[in-house]
Design a protein around this ligand. Structure first.
Ligand SMILES: [Zn+2]
Ligand SMILES: [Zn+2]
Length: 342
């Protein structure tokens, strides 16, 4: 196979336009009316939007190669391994757990609603644990490293994250009766929306999507999720429906007076592929090595990022508590000043 054929296949694969190309070449457009045909037209949406975003950034001279370079390297690194392991994981979980499903659903609109609510619940569990268990944060933090929001962030994931996410999500869905075709359909919607919520500010400045911001999880909510501001940390874990963020009290709308600072709180070089990809693993290994006793070593692995055996925690919860206490002190001082002045 020559190099041009490989490049051609990669480009077609990236844009997801293989089926459309076949249809155009054959001249038979009837398959576009089928379910698969419709999916084949929707699939290229995100890659094309990414190209528009980059083009717009270039035209307005805001294009910084650094914003895209590391996610691009990660995309290339993940291109083969991650995808195959994730697909194998989904198939494995379906095969293993289908017989234990509490009941069987069918491919109908009401089961779709049920299935989506269950899927979002499973997604919440995976995503919450990814932020609250240090070893899982090592897999997820690659996605949070970029310090600028754009569609290429969609592709920035550690290669073992998708298999882990799919293990949790598929298992919960299958056990709770979501059947395989329904699950694949939901995964497709989730994947497309999950990519779209990373749309850059140069395409969509205000990403609250009007009234929709009240009912679904918008790109604005997901920008908040990617923020390192203490006030925004560990919020908005859902993907399309925000019900579980409401149920668990983690829903946080964007506040105009609190501009988002993207990225992670540790010192990081977001332009360095190795730091973005393996940095968290390096720091976890270092903490485990220096921790006294086997219990502390183990706790570093399973406790939230920022946990310390000395008790001087820098977890999101501890940082929020410190911020609230500081604000209360400030308010008390201001109130006392006001009394003295009157
Ligand atoms: Zn996250
Ligand atoms: Zn994201």
């Amino acid at each position: 196979m020559n190099i041009f054929q490989v490049l051609y296949d990669e480009v077609i694969g990236f844009f997801g336009i293989g089926h459309v190309v076949e249809v155009v070449q054959s001249g038979d457009y009837s398959s576009l009316l089928t379910f698969d045909g419709i999916l084949s037209v929707i699939s290229p949406f995100i890659p094309f939007l990414l190209i528009i975003e980059i083009t717009r950034a270039a035209v307005y001279k805001k294009f910084k190669i650094d914003d895209y370079r590391v996610p691009f390297f990660i995309f290339v690194a993940n291109r083969f391994i991650s995808r195959f392991i994730a697909i194998a994981m989904v198939a494995f979980c379906i095969g293993l757990f289908e017989k234990y499903a509490i009941f069987k659903t069918t491919f109908t609109w009401y089961w779709l609603i049920y299935g989506y609510i269950i899927w979002e619940f499973a997604h919440f569990i995976y995503h919450y644990l990814a932020h609250k268990v240090r070893i899982l944060w090592c897999l997820h933090s690659t996605h949070h490293a970029p310090e600028n929001m754009n569609l290429s962030v969609t592709y920035a994931h550690f290669f073992l994250e998708a298999p882990y996410a799919d293990f949790i999500r598929t298992t919960i869905c299958i056990l709770l009766g979501v059947n395989a075709p329904l699950l694949f359909f939901i995964m497709f919607i989730d994947g497309t929306w999950g990519a779209f919520i990373h749309v850059g500010e140069n395409i969509m400045k205000d990403a609250r999507l009007g009234v929709l911001n009240r009912y679904i999880l918008t790109p604005s909510h997901h920008r908040v999720h990617h923020a390192k501001n203490v006030e925004y940390m560990d919020t908005n874990f859902c993907n399309l429906l925000n019900i579980w963020d409401r149920v668990f009290g983690t829903l946080k709308p964007e506040q105009k007076e609190l501009p988002i600072r993207y990225g992670v709180t540790r010192k990081i070089n977001p332009r360095n592929f190795w730091d973005v990809y393996f940095g968290e693993i390096y720091y976890l290994a270092r903490d485990v090595r220096h921790a006294p006793g086997i219990k502390n070593k183990f706790l570093y692995i399973i406790m939230p990022p920022g946990w310390s055996h000395t008790g001087d925690h820098k977890t999101a919860r501890a940082e929020k508590k410190k911020l609230m206490e500081a604000q209360e002190v400030k308010q008390t001082v201001t109130a006392e000043d006001a009394v003295e002045a009157s």
